[in-house]
Ligand binder design. Structure first.
Ligand code: NAD
Length: 544
């Protein structure tokens, strides 16, 4: 019997290849075929039994970072089992492989480093990026999540430690929407770090220099995009956790040239819009009748405000009138036309009215139907704010989206209590159910995971040429469609996370339909687009 399998690997290497390794689930016949008898104990486990073993191991660990590391090691050892565990219970495993646990893993990256994953492209390799990209063993890459580590979650500049984010995010593309893992590539562009504690840490693994900026940085990004196009022409590049000063211009530069998007900007906006559509299903009102006031005027606020405006425009409003229904209030007060400190991307939302420095006063003056907190400052949606909203609205929309929980503009309990149970609430970080006057409210979490995996699945299955803003609007609507009446009755405006795969496949189907309608697909339109999506979705089962 030959000691090699159909992939040409010898048996010993097979046991160390996470894509093909089955560990104790190799059957007796396979063990004989691959020449691995004796390399495993004789017991043959099923995948279900292996999943149960992982659950037992996890239950014996007492902190989430340890659980993250156990899952990371599993991913490096047996990919099928890793995804079988995740996909069996996505709501419970997402916080372990992604936020919030991944934040701590990124901060401690250099101290817990083990099996490398993905590609590290240092700026010292400029001129040779294609060569380094070519070292990746898979030759058909369809999805790259790339960071330069400068703005990792709310944690700032973590240098190469940011790699945990592309790795974790891609795991969610697969676990939540079935994008096959073999097509996914996590990348960190190492351009240095400005974090002194990292530069002084003997264990730090990235370039020991300050961040490169300006023309040299831009040329590095350009070389990277070109190299990806050359090697993987059907690949979508998702930019992740870049600082705003780079994120916005990079997206502008490439969005019409290659298949690319930025989840922090576009995915965030889409999940907020999905929340709006969900909220409107409760209130029974129209999007074009809403007025939104944002606390915060940064990238999240302007991104959400712009996407809402475009969605309103699709429903018949003139785009200028639509933007006029979205107002921004930042650290210096309401954004009005007389202010001289507004950036170009903020100006479309500036009001032609006298300045207002107090948020409650702004609510009284503008009479918003919804307020959206993206200020990073906790507690600013105080009792006076919520009561002002409840006074002018029957069902005030209250979305404190700042992360993490400690920065949320208010808690779910505060919003429901101060509005006497009338708030339509969703937040950036999760809150437990609230019991008030005999009613139970389930707070929704505006988690980007409702959008990006599904969008990725649609792009992968259709081989889309571009990612357009309208695709995010389609995705947002499709998410809201997935909330059933019983769920809405409990106050929840997003679909339950336990049904993530089914939700994502529905959203992916809707987005794929749009991609075909717009002539952006590079594959032929099938009769049944839902069937196409389902047939392309990865399933965590062992193949013979
Ligand atoms: P940013 O730093 O670009 O913007 C913050 C804004 O808040 C700035 O305009 C600033 O002037 C304003 N601000 C600060 N202090 C203020 C104060 N006291 N009063 C009024 N305004 C104040 O940040 P960002 O990238 O826009 O992100 C903002 C928040 O949104 C973060 O907490 C982030 O976690 C959250 N966010 C949530 C989601 C989500 O839930 N899906 C997605 C992305 C971002």
């Amino acid at each position: 019997m030959s000691a090699s399998d159909t992939t040409g690997r010898d048996g010993h290497a097979l046991l160390r290849d996470p894509r093909f390794n089955k560990g104790s689930a190799f059957s007796e016949a396979e063990r004989r075929r691959y020449g691995i008898e004796g390399l495993l104990p004789v017991g043959v486990a099923t995948l279900d039994l292996q999943v149960a073993r992982i659950h037992e191991e996890l239950s014996n660990l007492d902190n989430d970072l340890q659980k993250y590391l156990l899952l990371s090691d599993l991913q490096a050892r047996n990919e099928t089992l890793f995804y079988a565990v995740l996909m069996g219970d996505p709501a419970n495993f997402m916080p372990l492989v992604y936020t919030p646990t991944v934040g701590e893993a990124c901060q401690k990256f250099d101290h817990i480093f083990r099996a490398p994953r993905g590609l590290y492209l240092p700026i010292t390799a400029k001129g040779r990026l294609k060569e380094l990209l070519g070292h990746w063993p898979e030759k058909d890459v369809r999805f790259i999540v790339v960071t330069d580590g400068e703005r990792i979650l709310g944690l700032g500049d973590l240098g190469v430690g940011g790699m945990g984010i592309p790795v974790g995010k891609l795991a969610l593309y697969t676990a939540c929407a079935g994008v096959p893992p073999q097509y996914c590539l996590p990348i960190t562009l190492d351009v240095g770090t400005n974090t002194h504690t990292l530069l002084e840490d003997p264990l730090y693994l990235g370039l020991r220099q300050n961040r490169v900026r300006g023309a040299e940085y831009d040329a590095f990004i350009e070389e990277f995009v070109q190299a990806v196009q050359d090697l993987y022409p059907r690949c979508c590049i998702q930019w992740e956790d870049f600082a705003n000063i780079n994120a916005v211009p990079i997206l502008e530069r490439y969005r019409d040239k290659v298949c690319t998007y930025n989840d922090d900007i576009q995915g965030t906006a889409a999940v907020a819009l999905a929340g709006m559509y969900g909220a409107l299903r409760i209130s029974g009102e129209k999007l074009t009748d809403q007025r939104f006031l944002f606390l915060g005027g940064g990238s999240a606020a302007t991104g959400i405000a712009e996407l809402i405006s475009e969605a309103m425009a699709l429903e018949g409003l003139d785009i200028t009138a639509a933007r006029g229904r979205n107002a921004l209030f930042d650290i210096n007060g309401l954004m009005v036309t007389s202010r001289t400190d507004l950036a170009g991307f903020q100006k479309p939302f500036a009001k032609d009215m006298p300045p207002i420095g107090n948020f409650v006063e702004a609510i009284k003056a503008l009479k918003p139907t919804g307020i959206i907190g993206v200020s990073t400052v906790p507690k600013l949606f105080n009792q006076a704010v919520i009561e002002a909203m409840a006074e002018i609205n029957d069902r005030p929309i209250i979305f404190p989206y700042s992360n993490p929980t400690s920065r949320s503009e208010c808690t779910a309990e505060e919003a429901y209590t101060w509005s006497k149970g009338r708030a339509i609430f969703a937040s950036g970080s999760p809150f437990p159910p609230v019991h008030l006057n005999g009613q139970t409210f389930i707070p929704g979490q505006g988690n980007n995971v409702y959008i990006f995996p599904a969008l990725g699945m649609a792009v992968y299955a259709t081989e889309a040429k571009r990612v357009t803003e309208a695709m995010f609007i389609v995705a947002a609507k499709a998410v809201a469609e997935q909330v059933d009446q019983q769920t809405l009755d409990s106050g929840l405006i997003y679909p339950p996370q336990s049904r993530m795969l089914a939700t994502s496949l529905h959203v992916a189907t809707r987005v794929a339909e749009y991609i075909f309608d717009q002539g952006l697909a590079r594959v032929e339109r099938p009769a049944d687009i839902g069937a196409l999506i389902r047939s392309r979705a990865y399933k965590p089962v062992y193949s013979d």
